[in-house]
Ligand binder design. Structure first.
Ligand code: GLA
Length: 748
C-alpha cells in the first residue's frame, strides 16, 4: 500500500494490491476526483482523466473561459453555489448570510497507520504497517475556515476510509449546516443501487433499483440509525452478482441521523454523499473550534457482492470491533424475555436458568423488568436499582445464584430512557429532550434522556457502574426502544439546538466508552427494539447486536441475509424462540430455528423447561454442535449462495481460512410436491481438496462442489420428505464438509 504525490501535477494516488484512488488539484485550487476502482499503474500525470467540455448554458468559474464549470468536474468535497448545482458535501452559514465557500488546496501530510477520531467510533490499526493516512488541507481565505480531508488506505482489502475536519481559524463565529463524511463523484451512472431497509421486525431487507437521473437516497431523521434504513448502500454494475463483477459498498460509522444518497446529473455522472443528515443539523463553530465528521468506509470489490461483504466482515470484525470479546467465540445464552416478559420471580428465573445449564447454555440473561417499579412498560426506566420485591438480594444475589449453577450472568439496561413514573424523572423532569411550550411525545410510554448533557450521562453511568461493580455481571444488553421527537436540549442556547441530535449520540458513545474501559470483560450486545440501531458505530463498542425482535426462523432468513451484506456473522444476535412464534405465530421445526440461529451469536429466547423431553435432548445436541463449530460459524468466511429475496430456497455457507472445513446452511420455506432436482454450487473451497460430507460420508473434490454443485434434491421420493419423517414446510439442513486425504475418495 502506498500514498504517492506527484508534485508536478499535484496529483495523489492512494493504492494497494486491489484499489487505486486518484485525485488532483483542479485549476481553481479545489480537489478533483479522477478515479476510484481496481488498481492501475502509477504515473506522474493522469491529467487526461480531467475532462472539461464547453457546454452550452454552463456557468463558468473563470472570466473568458467557457470550459471550467464545477458542475461538470468530478470533485472530492463539492460546494454548492459557485457553478456546481449538485447537493454539496459542505455548507457553512456565515455572518453575512452567505453559504458559499471556496476551499483551495494548501498542502498535505501522510502518516503511517491511522489516527483515532476523538469521541467517535472509527476503524483502527494495530500496527503502523496496516494502513497509511493522507490528510489534505484546504482553506477558505474569506472565512478562515480550514478543511482537512482524511483518507486512509489499508494494506489489505479494497478499503478506503474517509472523514473531514472543519476548523474555524477565522475571526467570526460560523454555522456548519452540512458536513458530509464522504463525497465521491463517479464518471457514469451504470449502477444498480442496493439499500437495506424495512421496519421494526423486518429490518435490512434488500431493495435493488437502477440508478437514474435525479436523487436516490436513504436516511434517518429519528435520532437512531433506524429500522427503516441502514447507513449502508451499495452501487454495483448491472452485470455484477454475488460472485463476480464490480461493487462499491458505502458504510457510515455512525448511529444517529444520517443521509446516504446518489445524485445522477444531466451528464450521467454520479455523486455519492454520505454523512450526518443535513436536515436540522446546525453546528456553531466559534473561533478556534473544530468539527470532526464521522468516518465513512468505501469498499471496492471486483469479486461481486460476496467479495465486498467479506472485506467489510474482516474489517469490522478485526479493526472496528474492539476489546476482550472481539476475537472470541460468543457464549451461548438464554434470555428470559420471550419466556416470561415482565412476569417473573427470582425463583422462576433460576428455574429457567437451571434447565438452560442442564442443556449446556453458558450465559443466562435477565431482560427488562428487574429494576425500580418496572412491572410493565409504564414505569421504572431510569431507576437502575433492583426491585427488592422481585429480587430480594438484588442483582448481586441473583447473579450469585446463577453463577452458582455454573453459568455467567447478563443483564438488560435501557440507559437512554426514562418513564415519567420513575424516581429519576421526579427528581429531574428537565432531563428529557422536549421543546419548550410544546407537548412531548412518548414512545412505549417512555421519554428520551438528554444525553447531550454530561450530568445526565454521568448519572446513568453511576447507576450502571454500581451494579456492574458490585454484582458478577458478564454481559449487558443495551436497549433503545424509541426514536427521538421534540429534539431540544434545555442545556443549550437557541442557536445551538441544531447540535442536539449529534451531541446526543456523542453522549451515547461516551457512556459506552466509559463502560468499555472500566468493565473490559463485559460483553455488550446492542439492541434498539431489535435492529433499530444495528450500525457500525455501535459495533465499535458492542461487538454484537440483537438483529431483530422478529425471532421467527423464516423471517430471520431475510433479516440475517440482508444484514450479512455489511456486518460480520459474529455481530448478528440470533436466537431460537418458541413455536408458534410470538411475532408471526408461525410454527417452524426446532431444527430449522437452530439452523438459522447458528449463523449468528446463538442462544435461546424461551423457557427450556416447557419443551418436551425429546426437544430438550435436541437442544442439548444443538448446543453441543454450536460449541464445536462456533469459531467457524462466527469467524469463517461467509458466502451468500441463494437469496431468500428471490425464491423459496435460501442457502449460505462458511469456510475456514485453511479451506478444510465448511458448513452449508440450506433452507426451504414452503414444501412442494414432486419437486425438481436441485443443486447448489458452493464457493470458497479448495478445488483440489477432497471433502467428506458428514452423515452421508460421501466424498467430493472441492472443484466438484463448486462447479457441479452440492445435490440438495430430496432423497428417494423427490417429494416431501415424508418418507424420512422430516418436515415439509420450513425445512432446513446443514451440510458439514471436512477436507480429508485424497486417497479416501478412491475408497468411497
Ligand atoms: C425491546 C427488545 C427486546 C426486549 C424488550 C424488553 O423490544 O428488542 O428484545 O429486550 O425491548 O422491553
Amino acid at each position: 500500500m502506498s500514498i504517492l504525490f506527484s508534485g508536478s501535477t499535484k496529483t495523489f494516488h492512494l493504492y494497494n494490491q486491489e484499489i487505486s484512488y486518484i485525485m488532483t488539484v483542479l485549476p481553481n485550487g479545489h480537489m478533483g476526483q479522477l478515479y476510484f476502482g481496481k488498481k492501475v499503474h502509477h504515473r506522474e500525470d493522469y491529467s487526461y482523466l480531467y475532462e472539461t467540455v464547453c457546454r452550452p448554458m454552463a456557468s463558468c468559474v473563470f472570466e473568458g473561459d467557457r470550459s471550467f464549470s464545477l458542475e461538470h468536474v468530478k470533485q472530492e468535497y463539492g460546494v454548492y453555489g459557485t457553478t456546481d448545482y449538485r447537493r454539496p458535501a459542505i455548507e457553512i452559514l456565515q455572518p453575512n448570510g452567505s453559504r458559499i465557500c471556496d476551499f483551495k488546496y494548501q498542502g498535505y501530510e501522510i502518516q503511517k497507520g491511522k489516527p483515532a477520531l476523538t469521541g467517535l467510533p472509527a476503524t483502527y490499526t494495530e500496527n503502523e504497517d496496516e494502513a497509511e493516512t493522507l490528510c489534505i488541507t484546504l482553506a477558505d481565505s474569506l472565512t478562515g475556515v480550514v478543511l482537512e480531508l482524511l483518507y486512509t488506505v489499508f494494506a489489505k482489502g479494497g478499503i478506503l476510509a474517509r472523514s473531514a475536519r472543519i476548523s474555524n481559524k477565522g475571526e467570526e463565529e460560523l454555522h456548519l449546516t452540512t458536513a458530509m463524511s464522504l463525497c465521491l463523484d463517479l464518471p457514469d451512472c451504470d449502477y444498480e443501487w442496493l439499500q437495506f431497509s424495512g421496519a421494526w421486525a423486518r429490518e435490512r431487507h434488500l431493495k435493488v433499483r437502477k440508478l437514474e437521473q435525479g436523487i436516490q437516497a436513504v436516511d434517518s431523521r429519528r435520532g437512531n440509525s433506524s429500522h427503516e434504513h441502514n447507513p449502508f448502500i451499495v452501487l454495483k454494475r448491472p452485470a455484477a452478482n454475488e460472485f463476480q463483477g464490480e461493487a462499491i459498498g458505502f458504510s457510515l460509522i455512525y448511529s444517529g441521523n444520517f443521509l446516504a444518497q446518489a445524485e445522477v446529473d444531466t451528464h450521467d455522472t454520479t455523486r455519492v454523499l454520505m454523512g450526518i443528515h443535513p436536515m436540522g443539523f446546525d453546528w456553531k463553530l466559534e473561533k478556534g473550534e473544530s468539527f470532526q465528521t464521522p468516518e465513512a468506509v468505501m469498499v471496492f470489490s471486483e469479486q461481486g457482492l460476496n467479495g465486498m461483504s467479506q472485506t467489510f466482515h474482516r474489517l469490522y470484525q478485526k479493526r472496528l470491533a474492539r476489546g476482550y470479546w472481539r476475537d472470541k467465540a460468543r457464549p451461548i445464552l438464554n434470555n428470559n424475555w420471550e419466556a416470561t416478559y415482565f412476569d417473573f420471580t427470582e425463583d422462576r428465573l433460576v428455574e429457567i436458568a437451571g434447565k438452560a445449564k442442564e442443556c449446556g447454555v453458558e450465559l443466562f440473561v435477565l431482560d427488562d423488568g428487574w429494576f425500580g417499579q418496572r412491572n410493565n412498560d409504564h414505569a421504572g426506566l431510569g431507576d437502575w436499582v433492583a426491585n427488592p420485591k422481585r429480587l430480594s438480594r438484588g442483582i448481586t444475589g441473583l447473579a450469585e445464584r446463577i453463577e452458582g449453577l455454573g453459568m455467567k450472568f447478563g443483564l438488560w439496561f435501557e440507559p437512554e430512557m426514562v418513564n415519567k413514573d420513575s424516581d429519576l424523572y421526579r427528581a429531574h423532569p428537565d432531563w428529557i429532550l422536549s421543546t419548550p411550550g410544546r407537548s412531548v411525545s412518548h414512545g412505549r410510554n417512555q421519554y428520551v434522556l438528554d444525553f447531550s448533557r454530561k450530568e445526565v450521562v454521568d448519572c446513568i453511568y453511576g447507576m450502571m457502574a454500581k451494579i456492574l461493580g458490585e454484582a458478577k455481571v458478564s454481559y449487558v444488553k443495551w436497549d433503545m426502544n424509541r426514536s427521538i421527537t421534540e429534539c431540544y436540549s434545555k442545556a443549550l442556547l437557541p442557536e445551538r439546538q441544531g447540535e442536539v441530535f449529534h451531541r446526543y449520540i456523542l453522549g451515547v458513545y461516551e457512556l459506552y466508552d466509559r463502560l468499555n474501559r472500566n468493565f473490559p470483560h463485559v460483553l455488550f450486545e446492542s439492541c434498539a427494539s431489535g435492529g433499530g440501531r444495528f450500525d457500525p458505530g455501535i459495533l465499535y463498542y458492542a461487538p454484537q447486536g440483537w438483529a431483530s425482535d422478529d425471532s421467527d426462523a423464516v423471517e430471520r432468513l431475510k433479516i440475517q441475509y440482508g444484514t450479512s451484506f455489511c456486518y460480520p456473522i459474529s455481530s448478528i444476535g440470533s436466537h431460537v424462540s418458541v413455536a408458534p412464534n410470538h411475532q408471526v405465530f408461525r410454527s417452524t421445526p426446532l431444527h430449522t430455528r437452530a439452523n438459522v440461529a447458528y449463523f449468528g451469536t446463538f442462544g435461546y429466547e424461551l423457557d427450556l423447561n416447557k419443551l418436551t423431553e425429546e426437544e430438550q435432548e435436541a437442544v442439548k445436541g444443538q448446543i453441543a454442535f454450536m460449541k464445536e463449530y462456533r469459531e467457524l460459524l462466527q469467524f469463517g468466511r461467509f458466502y451468500r449462495l441463494v437469496s431468500p429475496f428471490e425464491g423459496n430456497i435460501t442457502c449460505w455457507m462458511v469456510v475456514n481460512d485453511e479451506q478444510t472445513e465448511a458448513i452449508v446452511g440450506w433452507y426451504r420455506t414452503l414444501s412442494h410436491v414432486n419437486m425438481p432436482y436441485t443443486r447448489v454450487r458452493l464457493h470458497g473451497l479448495n478445488p483440489d481438496f477432497c471433502y467428506v460430507e458428514q452423515g452421508s460420508e460421501r466424498v467430493y473434490y472441492g472443484d466438484e462442489l463448486m462447479n457441479i454443485g452440492l445435490i440438495t434434491s430430496d432423497g428417494m421420493s423427490g417429494q416431501v420428505e415424508e418418507l424420512t419423517g422430516e418436515y415439509g414446510d420450513f425445512d432446513s439442513r446443514l451440510y458439514i464438509l471436512r477436507a480429508v486425504q485424497e486417497k479416501q475418495i478412491a475408497d468411497k
